[in-house]
Design a protein around this ligand. Structure first.
Ligand code: ATP
Length: 136
């Protein structure tokens, strides 16, 4: 059987994942990529999206990531993100409240920078809701 890789997902606040994985899929800014043991080392930025992996027992897991960076080495993948949480830890009511706030800000006129922040907040909330509600 193929060897596992160590997946680490870290935010400024906490370690979200520290687990052996058979395969890790992540949303690179250049496109979705997969990492298996023995992969050629590389570094990439990440888009907002979902990290999807199979743990050492073959069980699938999903982790929201707000964007960030990933370093892949032959035996490990390290993800640094501003925010991240496992699918099961997503609070849907909180995400819906964040969505409502962002939509209200976008409906009002404001400075470009504020609108941009509202747009990214809206993207985070929509992705969290989608991940929490639709993946099993
Ligand atoms: P909010 O306005 O609800 O804080 P946000 O998108 O601004 O949402 P982030 O800045 O992405 O929040 O994340 C701040 C922290 O809160 C991170 O630790 C993140 O994992 C956590 N977090 C944010 N939203 C949720 C959620 N809906 N469920 C669980 N954890 C969340």
């Amino acid at each position: 059987m193929a060897e596992n890789i160590k997946l680490e997902v870290v935010t400024p606040e906490k370690s979200v994942v520290s687990e052996d994985a058979q395969i890790v899929m992540a949303p690179g800014t250049e496109g979705e990529f997969g990492v298996l043991s023995g992969h050629t080392p590389f570094l990439t930025s990440l888009k907002l999206g979902t990290i999807h992996y199979k743990n050492s027992e073959g069980k699938e897991a999903f982790v929201f990531v707000s964007g960030g960076f990933a370093e892949a080495l032959p035996d490990r993948v390290t993800v640094l993100a501003e925010s991240a949480e496992r699918r099961r830890d997503i609070d849907i009511d909180r995400a819906k409240a964040a969505k409502k706030r962002a939509e209200e800000r976008l409906a009002a006129t404001g400075k470009d920078i504020v609108m941009e922040r509202a747009r990214t907040a809206l993207s985070r909330s929509l992705h969290r809701i989608n991940l929490a509600e639709t993946r099993s």
